[in-house]
Design a protein. Structure first.
Lengths: 580, 319
């Protein structure tokens, strides 16, 4: 058996949004923004430390009338490319200040514009060539990368096979890298030509090519990175990559300034200076965007939807995403670890009402924690979609829910504790909804709001911070195509990479099907293996998925060209940004 | 300078040092005793392994007893090293220095507003009486009940969104632009204090207006304006100053609310962020800075009061 740790999920928690536990999704993590191997980032959606500052709160829907439904067909993954130069664009980061710009050490919306990847994920989750003009399997266990001749780092030095191997080995040899899991099936790498690297695998790996389209394939200069050591990519150090923008300055607590890389292999960006401001308060960001003082931002506060929609400064763009809101068990004992209790809670929560309340309508119901957008660009999309469509859609049935509680045999007098990151408005509303749903079926839920550092500790190896809670609510996303990140992290035994499988879920069919999905070279075969695992794990609800959230972008009317899907976390989303 | 003045000055300095020392102990231990672990902040974006966590704890002395950690910290501070931020990995002094200016400017701007409008409206209410007094009374009743963040929301809505007169985000560049940017934040901070100070001023003046020496002066035919300046206001000012002084010194801490609402990168918002992320070195230094500012401002006000009215200052000391 192979150890299929994946790691890409980013987790988040704490102060920022945690990404969902689904793999790589960015839930903004609240807390551990970093630290989590799963990078579930929890969401950026809502930072808003001061719930009180809800400028636009007057529009918060208690009841659903007045919330305009979104047609999923109207989602936009990429805006038309810009045509005119712009001196400066100011971008708001509601996710807060990046912890690092080194791929694998953090997840943020800055780094993908700096460190270009071997392959490029597009807004619609298809994959195009990047620094590698070609990167693909030549046989089931051999992957060959042909570096595009003439590609250089910002300082003009060429990107060599040595740089590629150095960068990939960083992830492979460092378990704390967010991309460690992408390399677990790699046996070795070698230079096989002037511009060629060959990677040998111990088993076929259906996820590897997709991983290279994101941070796992982002290339660093070996010489520069070795010289920088620990300060690489932090506010006190530098960075040398080959992306469309180069790092100009980073003033801690204030801003990061990028300038256009005029020698970028795919054409210089039209935006000459891209300034990122750290604005972790969602309301402050909303005001700055609506006043035109900040040009754009992702992950805007859903509560301000109507203000954005009626703005004459810019427009709100909704894009496809893998992001979702969910809650799941944190330990192997207690009622939270009982699937019947989770199923009962799921039956008690009205998803549409949830979406209208928490996301202000900017999302859609989702049947399991891996969102359909994860396979949007896959050649086997039909198989994935058919498997997904066969799943039960979440609906309300209080009688069935009460019956499940009864059948569970759990002591309902013991309150269930639900942890959420303090200050995250969406998750705080989520907790309140779970709490009232639980009450309807005879369960008591207590909300445990934890400060950033405290919430982040939940995701580390030490089980102590999880012992006095039953559930944790998070949001997360996966920023590159592929379905396996979340399932591997949440469903597999810990020794196979299930680092968030805190309830010790173990189903031999799920385990073997997921392993097969990872190691089947043919896309259709991998999809079938995944679908057969999904049939079993979806009803077990290791995460009770509450909603899929659209990727939100607010952009000033003078600008266009941004990538507006969740791929923005992995792709140089500002490459085609500029004036209309 | 007389010996007693020097003694007094030394006494004040000693009290300041003692206050700072005690505060540093209290702040240090309270940060460490609150839940949460700074290790995640130190590890940055990575998910630390147990070995890495051990190494981090050891490197930052987090595995030592609290008192020993305190000694390490105070030792560094006394050698002039304020420490390095866990989160930003930058020297604490480099983080605070560029932010201090904008916060100081914001607080000064707020104080100017408070003094002009707070004392001004208090005097107006006390001297004019009648409808003016009633109006000020109603306005200050509303003002006292308005928390800063509510005022911020209203200001952003009216002056930023509807009228577009003032910027609602950031601190601007250059002095004039910065003042322009700080206008709404300063008003949002000032409203509550204006109302409060207006009330104090009014009641202090009303009390003085009924005093015997004022009646005597009136009988002697001294012009009303002079009576007000020399007898009423001067006598009321120590009370106004000492009560409002302590409140205003607290503005440095409260400024965090306005800084966050308007996206101003000052020390207030830095403190809030650092506290949430358990960035101990930053929290510790900033908290002490705030305590020191508070103590120093109060001392300055004591001195001013003593100059205006030596007797009252003496009786305050003796009390």
């Amino acid at each position: 058996m192979y150890n299929v740790v994946t790691s890409m999920v980013r987790n988040v928690t704490g102060d920022e949004p945690v990404r969902n536990p689904e793999r790589g999704n960015a839930m903004r993590d609240t807390g551990l923004r970093a630290g989590v191997a799963r990078r579930v980032r929890i969401g950026a959606l809502a930072v808003g430390a001061s719930a009180a500052l809800v400028l636009t709160a007057c529009t918060t829907p208690e009841s659903t009338p007045g919330i305009e439904p979104i047609d999923p067909a109207s989602l936009v993954a990429e805006l038309p490319a810009a045509t005119t130069e712009v001196d400066q664009v100011t971008w708001g980061l509601v996710e807060g200040e990046p912890l690092s710009l080194v791929p694998g050490y953090d997840y943020n919306l800055v780094m993908s514009n700096l460190c270009d990847s071997l392959l490029r994920v597009n807004g619609d989750f298809t994959i195009s060539p990047g620094i590698a003009e070609n990167a693909d399997w030549v046989d089931p266990v051999t992957f060959v990368i042909d570096i595009r001749p003439g590609v250089t780092f910002w300082d003009g030095t060429p990107v060599t096979p040595d740089d590629v191997i150095y960068t990939l080995e960083r992830h492979r040899n460092d378990i704390t890298s967010g991309f460690f899991g992408a390399f677990v099936l790699v046996g070795g790498m070698e230079v096989t030509g002037e511009n060629q690297v060959t990677i040998h695998f111990v088993a076929p790996d259906s996820t590897f090519r997709e991983a290279l389209s994101g941070g796992a394939g982002a290339i660093l200069s070996k010489a520069f990175s070795e010289e920088q050591g620990e300060s690489l990519g932090t506010s006190s150090g530098g960075l040398l990559c080959a992306g469309p923008y180069q790092l100009d300055s980073w003033t801690p607590g204030t801003e990061i300034v990028l300038t256009a890389n005029e020698n970028y292999w795919d054409g210089a960006p039209l935006v000459k200076k891209l300034v990122f401001k750290f604005i972790p308060d969602g309301t402050t960001l909303t005001n700055a965007l609506l006043a035109g003082e900040v040009d754009g931002a992702f992950n805007i506060a859903p509560a301000s939807r109507s203000a954005f929609e009626s703005s004459d400064q810019g427009r709100l763009i909704l894009g496809p995403s893998t992001a979702s809101f969910s809650f799941g068990p944190t330990r192997a004992d207690g009622a939270g670890s009982n699937p019947k209790i989770r199923q009962a809670l799921s039956l008690a929560i009205d998803r549409q009402q949830y979406i209208d309340t928490v996301l202000n309508g900017l999302g859609q119901p989702q049947s399991t924690f891996v969102a359909p957008f994860a396979w949007a660009g896959s050649p086997a999309a039909d198989i994935y979609q058919a498997g997904y469509d066969a799943l039960a859609t979440p609906q309300v049935d209080l009688d069935a829910a009460r019956k499940l509680v009864e059948e569970s045999g759990e002591d309902t007098s013991v309150p269930l504790r639900l942890a959420i990151p303090a200050g995250n408005k969406e998750l705080s509303q989520t907790a309140a909804i779970i709490q009232s749903a639980a009450q309807q079926i005879g369960l008591t839920v207590e909300i445990d709001e934890r400060q950033a550092a405290d919430f982040g500790a939940i995701f580390l190896d030490d089980p102590a911070p999880r012992e006095n809670i039953d559930f944790i609510a998070t949001t997360g996303y996966t920023e590159t195509p592929g379905v396996l990140a979340y399932p591997q992290l949440f469903l597999l035994p810990a020794e196979f990479g299930g680092i968030f499988n805190w309830s010790n879920y173990s189903d031999s069919q799920v385990t073997s099907s997921l392993q097969a999905a990872r190691t089947t070279p043919d896309p259709a075969g991998a999809a079938e293996a995944y679908v057969s695992a999904q049939e079993v794990f979806a009803p077990d609800m290791l995460q009770v998925t509450l909603a899929g959230a659209y990727h939100t972008t607010f952009l000033n009317n003078r600008l266009t060209g941004a990538v507006t899907s969740v791929a923005a976390y992995a792709t140089p989303w500002a490459l085609h940004l500029g004036g209309k | 300078m007389s010996a007693s003045t020097i003694r007094q000055l030394l006494g004040k300095l000693g009290a300041l040092a003692l206050t700072l020392f005690l505060s540093s102990v209290v702040i240090f231990s309270s940060i460490l005793l609150t839940p949460g672990d700074p290790v995640a902040a130190i590890a940055g974006g990575r998910r630390p392994t147990p070995e890495m966590i051990e190494a981090i704890r050891e490197a930052h002395h987090l595995d030592q007893p609290v008192w020993l950690q305190y000694l390490y910290w105070i030792g560094d501070v006394l050698r002039g090293d304020l420490g390095t931020s866990f989160l930003y990995k930058a020297p604490v002094v480099d983080l605070i220095a560029p932010r201090l200016g904008v916060t100081v400017l914001l607080v000064l701007y707020t104080i100017v507003l408070i003094v002009i409008f707070g004392i001004g409206s208090g005097i107006l209410a006390a001297r004019r009486g009648g409808a003016v007094d009633k109006t000020v009374l109603v306005a200050t009743s509303v003002g006292v009940a308005m928390p800063t963040f509510v005022v911020a929301i209203l200001l952003i809505w009216v002056f930023g969104r509807l009228l577009s007169w003032f910027p609602v985000y950031g601190a601007g560049e250059g002095l004039l632009d910065t003042l322009y940017h700080l206008t709404l934040p300063a008003i949002s901070l000032a409203v509550l204090y204006i109302a409060y100070l207006s009330r104090i001023t009014r009641s202090a003046i009303v009390a003085q207006q009924g005093a015997e020496h004022v009646d005597t002066a009136m009988v002697r035919g001294i012009p009303r304006g002079r009576i007000f300046r020399n007898h009423v206001f001067l006598n009321a000012s120590p009370q106004i100053l000492s009560i409002s002084g302590a409140t205003v010194a607290g503005l440095f801490a409260v400024s965090a609310i306005a800084e966050q609402a308007f996206g101003i990168g000052g020390i207030g918002s830095l403190l809030v962020e650092a506290a949430a992320r358990k960035d101990l070195p930053v929290v510790q230094v900033l908290s002490l800075l705030l305590v020191a500012l508070f103590v120093v401002l109060n001392a300055v006000i004591d001195v001013v009061v003593a100059v205006i009215d030596p007797d009252s200052a003496k009786s305050r000391r003796d009390a």
